[in-house]
Ligand binder design. Structure first.
Ligand code: UDP
Ligand code: MG
Length: 325
């Protein structure tokens, strides 16, 4: 590394955003591994732990870390807002020239951060980690994740990088761009892609969780997928239009058939089964379409209320480097 580069790095500062919900068991080990990496960087750093309304004593553990390390800042949210919003809250208080978002559960190896920084130095605004293998995840989760990325890719105009999570580095201008997006339904992976700017992938192997357990279940994942699709595409609404057209066309053909057979064979009364099938089918199609409209309507309802994204219980800035607000 050239000496100029070193001085340039020393002037730049780094913020690390760590959303945490019930992570008391992992945080000390996480902090140890993270600081091992950060110490080598020689950059001015702040590590922002976001307590997303944890039910265990995650906040106390964060407090201990802050006592022992002046780089630690704590953002304590008023309740659990979910990871997407916790991350946004973290981004809002960052001041570094670059921001790294990383999970607290050590599934995102901090050891990748130097690679992120290297690409950032080369001019990339968003350097994200892309996993090669998903160790410790069930076949079903792998399969659904695979499907999810493919569907999103096809339905939305935006290409969300496959097999990547939220673990990434963002440049200051990318963070500023994200801060302007205040929608309530935040599908961060989509938003990261939406802002554009030069992006770069770094490959890694995803480890199983170090301790604690995942907050995801299939119902949450399903809603997450729905969120992704509805906040980036109106394709489902279009699909219901075509479903309507298709059934109308079917109805028309069937009408002709009924009409002609009545003319030829007289008018024998059609049976109960055919009526039942038609009624149920049309009812189903209508309810599905209504549901799709409802999904969008509900989201509009939530957006129009214009509530703040989150509320802060307490913000304890880092005690070093004077880049506190
Ligand atoms: N998380 C959070 N708020 C929540 C749920 C999760 O801040 O409501 C944090 C969690 O502490 C972790 C990260 O988001 O640091 C990823 O969560 P998790 O490991 O449960 O997700 P997975 O890795 O299984 O996708
Ligand atoms: Mg995890």
């Amino acid at each position: 590394m050239s000496p100029e580069k070193n001085t340039q790095k020393a002037q730049k500062s780094l913020s690390i955003v760590v959303p945490a919900y019930n992570e008391k068991d992992v945080l000390p080990e996480f902090h140890r591994r993270l600081t091992e990496v950060v110490n080598e960087l020689g950059m001015e750093t702040e590590i922002i732990y976001i307590n997303d309304g944890s039910l265990d004593n995650t906040l106390e553990v964060m407090g201990l870390l802050r006592e022992s390390d002046p780089r630690v800042a704590i953002l304590d949210l008023s309740r659990n807002f979910g990871k997407e919003i916790a991350m946004s809250a973290g981004l809002d208080v960052t001041s570094g020239d670059a921001v790294v978002i990383i999970d607290a559960d050590l599934q995102d190896p901090p050891e990748l951060i130097p690679d992120f920084i290297q690409y950032w130095d080369e001019g990339y605004d968003s350097v994200y980690a892309k996993r090669l293998a998903r160790n410790g995840e069930s076949f079903l989760k792998k399969g659904t994740a695979f499907l999810f990325y493919r569907v999103i890719d096809r339905l939305t105009g935006i290409t969300i990088p496959k097999d990547s999570g939220d673990f990434r580095l963002l440049s200051r201008r990318a963070v500023d761009a994200l801060k302007q997006i205040r929608e309530q339904h935040r599908f961060m992976k989509g938003l990261f892609a939406w802002i554009g700017y030069p992006q770069k992938a770094v490959f890694y192997n995803r480890d199983p969780r170090f301790a604690g357990k995942t907050k995801w279940n299939y119902w949450k994942l399903w809603n997450f997928a729905l969120e992704g699709i509805t906040s980036f595409s109106i394709a489902p609404l279009k699909i219901s239009t075509y479903m309507g057209l298709f059934t109308a066309f079917g109805a028309l053909s069937y009408m002709c058939y009924v009409f002609i057979t009545a003319l030829i064979y007289g008018d024998p009364v059609r049976g109960y089964p055919s009526l039942m099938v038609v009624i149920l089918f049309l009812g189903g199609v209508q309810l599905i379409s209504l549901g799709m409209i409802g999904e969008y309507l509900g989201r509009m309802f939530n957006e129009t209320k214009r509530r703040p994204l989150y509320l802060i219980n307490e913000y304890l800035p880092s005690q070093k480097g004077g880049h506190d607000k």
